[in-house]
Design a protein around this ligand. Structure first.
Ligand code: GLA
Length: 390
């Protein structure tokens, strides 16, 4: 990708880029549909990313060619209007920066990605973080990962029109190689949790995605608000299982199930983090399994294909646990397995899933990668910024 994006830049602009930035996609290990309830999540950044090669422009234009789309994004920072598709994200980031009082500069570049789009691996958050970093290289604002994640989320809400939580942007900004990241989605405090060498995280793409995902997502967000109001708290994060068990009987049946998922998932996420810290993959896997059952039964965001994939994964030797991951309604499952069984696991799951569903899954053996960064030219630019502030 690195080479590809540079070559494309040279072909387009007949010169070398001044900066290369990249931001990764993510997979969530546990803590699903908890982020917009001010709760806990435990994702990791993956070793697949969006790359942008760029150079500053003397004017206030932004021009970006993507290797995956024929139409470039091309607009003036002084005249922001809505567009379609991926272009909306570029405009959204330009919009939020100006909205928040920053003065972004113009730039031109090329973009390449190996984060599959629409698979639930957060290609949009990766795009947003890469764009923020691209703007940073040609502007004069401080970089703070959590703050940038918030800006990306505000762009989603205010420009793109998606009510996303904060998990995807936070992990794309702050992930670290060989670690998962516990994120407190209220305070935005983070803790790195090392991933033991002897385990592998496998992403199992069901090759399905339901159109309903956005409306169902917004409906879940609304149901959680109703539940929080019922308990008289700002968010479901503030309700323990003990309080839930004593008070929930007067709650509407569906809302009660939604709340039970969120409240129990927060507890599972904290328990899973402790398990991972002590290298207890067995307990971690059991908590992943319980998370899936709760998402399937109480939160109702799984699908036939996800359930099939999860079941097949769990039947394999060396699998500690498996669950759907991300928003749901298709997309990916994630499994935690013993590293030594990886090859057999992948082959068997692939064959069994195709046999059961007739679909060809995509399976990614993932390493936890670093969060966004300036890949080259970073040294010079970091150093010059440091010098400026010294
Ligand atoms: C999507 C959202 C996240 C989070 C997950 C569910 O990926 O973008 O913010 O809510 O769904 O955990």
């Amino acid at each position: 990708m690195h080479q590809l994006v540079i070559e494309e830049f040279q072909n387009r602009f007949g010169a070398s880029p001044t900066h290369i930035v990249r931001a990764p996609g993510r997979v969530n290990l546990i803590g699903e549909h908890t982020d917009y309830n001010d709760g806990f999540v435990l994702p990791m950044a993956i070793d697949r990313a969006i790359w942008i090669a760029l150079r500053p422009r003397p004017d206030r234009r932004v021009l970006l060619h993507s290797l995956d789309f024929a139409e470039p994004t091309d607009f003036s920072l002084d005249n922001l209007t809505h567009a379609h598709g991926w272009s909306e994200y570029v405009r959204g980031i330009a919009w939020i920066l100006q909205q928040q009082g920053f003065t972004p500069g113009g730039w031109e570049g090329t973009l390449a990605s190996d984060v599959p789009v629409g698979a639930g691996l957060s290609s949009s958050a990766a795009l947003e973080l890469a764009l923020l970093r691209a703007f940073w290289t040609v502007s004069d604002f401080e970089w703070d990962g959590a703050r940038m994640a918030q800006l990306a989320q505000q762009a989603d809400h205010g420009w793109v029109g998606i009510q996303s939580g904060i998990m995807d942007q936070m992990i794309s900004a702050l992930g670290m190689a060989n670690h998962a990241l516990l994120i407190d989605c209220r305070s935005l405090d983070v803790e790195l949790v090392p991933l033991p060498d002897a385990i592998r995280v496998i992403i199992l793409n069901t090759a399905t995605r339901r159109g309903l995902v956005d409306s169902a997502y917004n409906e879940r967000v609304a149901q959680c608000r109703i539940a929080a109001n019922f308990f008289g708290v700002p968010a479901l994060r503030d309700v323990s299982l003990a309080v839930f068990n004593t008070k929930a009987e007067n709650l509407d049946k569906i809302i009660r199930r939604r709340a039970r998922h969120v409240i129990s998932e927060n507890e599972r996420t904290l328990q899973a983090t402790s398990a991972l810290r002590r290298g207890d993959a067995k307990t971690f896997g059991e908590l992943m399994n319980a998370s899936h059952e709760s998402l399937r039964g109480d939160y109702e965001v799984s699908s036939h294909e996800l359930n099939t994939m999860v079941q097949i994964a769990r039947q394999q030797a060396g699998c500690y646990g498996a669950r759907m991951t991300g928003a749901g309604f298709g997309g990916c499952a994630v499994a935690l397995i013993e590293a030594v069984v990886t090859e057999d696991f992948v082959k068997s799951v692939e064959a069994a899933y195709t046999q059961e569903t007739g679909l060809q899954p995509n399976i990614y053996i993932c390493q936890a990668g670093d969060g966004e960064k300036v890949v080259s030219a970073s040294q010079t630019s970091e150093v010059s910024k440091l010098r400026k502030s010294e």
